[in-house]
Design a protein. Structure first.
Lengths: 278, 266
């Protein structure tokens, strides 16, 4: 058994410093180890607080320069857990390096599974859609609503994520796997998909003025356009089909930018041929 | 554009470029970036409107895992400058924003590859417990990302007021510009498709169709109304979902609806 040393906990100042650093965690994103340097830089206040020997500090830095990639905002919870484990390691030394790395790697995947649908799939698109709908008419409220709304969510996630992680330590692993977060993720997914569905209908505009049939009725020419036939079937059908086509293409690893260029070609050719109208 | 505005434009572009890799404070989203460029150039209104239009197109653009999304930062800054200083229509601005998003994506991939060098430098500094050194490697990567947007934006800002840009844009035939505007009406679905695919929840797709049908046939309902309906559906779904009733269902039998099927279209 190793003797237990007295190690100071993180101070309020350390936690604020860690929060500030965590907001830059993606700065040096690279294709080799992704968010690694950002993680090390975020952990520096904790490393400085817990370790005072140069060798220990170097070892800790090296530990946190390993591959890391997850949804950035909730990653603060992982930093909290990691800080708690580093503190334990500094105190008694009976946590080995591999344990810290394993917890980090182990939380990365599940956390991205929760974070991506909640933040990128629901919170940001919905706030952005709301903001954009105001901005289109020229209202400054649009950008303000989006900017402050999303940043409040971001701040709360990072601040309380770190606190909960640091206080609970490895107990948080059960939380991440537990039902409460799964519930939240499912709720976000339902809301996100619901709103996406309504946007497909509301925020696309496809006009097809191509006249298919023209006949005279009581002296007036009545045109049956492609639009009117499709509308009587289901308005927004073309947009719905296009969405499915995009989903299929994305699923088959076609880069989004090529799909966008493809749609430009469709738009230009369609306009030239008279199928699409302005 | 006077010198002060020129400097401010580059500063905004630098912040947007850094934000695009950080994905933190969202300065790189069109809604914010175009508004800021508009503010700096003295035409806030146009910036806001262009930002709103571009935001719709970019709604689902996101970096998930190692996959890179089209770059909204470069697209927003340059198209806002072209529209405001080059006196072009919003439609024209949107049309040029898309190739710019592609160019920005290529540039960020390039920078993210170069940053591997900083990663290895950081290893050396870490071995010596040199905290400052590791921090500088981090800042180096971040600054490169800022410059990748600031330099092209500065170049465009320098020539945007000249007749060169308007001549070049005028030379594009109308069938192209009108066609681009037509596709602007449905290009938004790419972003929606990205969001839907990312959710990986085939079992929840009925909610997508409910949303679609309600929005199609309930004329007059706005986004807030739809959001409330969606939130109610979410709560009811979770309340009724037997997966979350531990008392009546053995935990071993509980299956995760969301994660086991990642194929939406088969």
């Amino acid at each position: 058994m190793t003797e237990v040393k007295k190690v100071e906990s993180l101070t309020k100042k350390d936690i604020i410093n860690t929060y500030f650093r965590s907001t830059f965690m993606l700065g040096s994103f690279n294709f080799e180890r992704m968010q690694a340097i950002g993680v090390a830089v975020t952990m520096i206040p904790a490393i400085k607080r817990f370790y005072h020997k140069k060798d220990d500090q170097a070892a800790a830095l090296k530990r946190h320069l390993e591959f890391f990639n997850t949804t950035p905002w909730p990653a603060s919870a992982i930093f909290g857990v990691t800080a708690a484990m580093e503190q334990k390691k500094a105190e008694s030394g009976d946590i080995d390096e591999a344990a810290i790395t394993n917890v980090k790697i182990g939380l990365m995947g599940p956390l991205a599974g929760i974070g991506d649908p909640i933040y990128w799939g629901t919170a940001r698109p919905i706030l952005a859609a709301l903001g954009a709908s105001l901005a289109i008419s020229g209202s400054i409220l649009g950008p303000l609503l989006f900017f402050f709304g999303i940043n409040i969510i971001r701040f709360l996630t990072r601040w309380y994520g770190f606190k909960v992680g640091y206080n609970q330590g490895t107990d948080i692993v059960q939380d991440v796997a537990g039902n409460r977060l799964k519930k939240l993720t499912q709720m976000a997914s339902v809301l996100g998909l619901f709103v996406m569905g309504s946007l497909v209908s509301k925020w696309t505009s496809i006009k097809m003025p191509l006249v298919l049939v023209s006949y005279k009725q009581a002296g007036k020419v009545v045109d049956t356009t492609m639009q009117s036939i499709l509308d009587s079937l289901l308005p927004g059908l073309v947009a719905l089909l296009m969405t499915f086509a995009c989903m299929w293409l994305l699923k088959h690893k076609v880069n989004a930018i090529w799909i966008i260029f493809g749609m430009f070609v469709v738009g230009i050719l369609g306009y030239w041929a008279g199928i699409f109208g302005l | 554009m006077n010198t002060m505005q020129f400097i401010l434009v580059i500063l905004v572009a630098l912040i947007c470029g850094m934000a695009s890799v950080l994905d933190e404070r969202q300065f790189h989203r069109p809604l914010v970036a175009c508004t800021l460029i508009g503010l700096v150039l003295g035409d806030l209104q146009t910036g806001i409107i262009l930002g709103g239009q571009l935001e719709l197109i970019a709604l689902g653009w996101m970096n998930v895992g190692a996959a890179m999304a089209p770059d909204s930062a470069l697209a927003s800054t340059i198209s806002a400058i072209i529209v405001i200083v080059g006196h072009q229509s919003i439609g024209e601005g949107i049309a040029i924003a898309i190739p710019l998003a592609a160019a920005g994506q290529v540039l960020t991939i390039f920078v993210r590859t170069i940053t591997v060098f900083f990663q290895h430098q950081a290893d050396h500094f870490a071995a010596e417990a040199n905290f400052r050194g590791v921090e500088w490697c981090h800042i180096g990567g971040l600054l490169l990302q800022g410059l990748r947007v600031a330099i092209p934006t500065g170049a465009v800002a320098a020539i945007a007021g000249t007749s060169l840009v308007s001549q070049w844009l005028d030379a594009i035939p109308t069938v192209i510009t009108h066609g681009l505007q037509v596709s602007g009406g449905f290009i938004v679905v790419v972003g929606y498709a990205m969001v839907i695919n990312m959710m990986k929840a085939r079992a929840l797709m009925p909610f997508f169709f409910i949303g679609f049908t309600l929005a199609t046939f309930m004329t007059g309902i706005n986004l807030v109304g739809l959001g409330i309906l969606g939130a109610c559906a979410a709560v009811i779904y979770v309340q009724l979902n037997p997966d979350f009733h531990d008392s009546i269902k053995a935990p071993a039998a509980a299956t995760n609806v969301g994660s086991d099927d990642d194929d939406v279209l088969g």
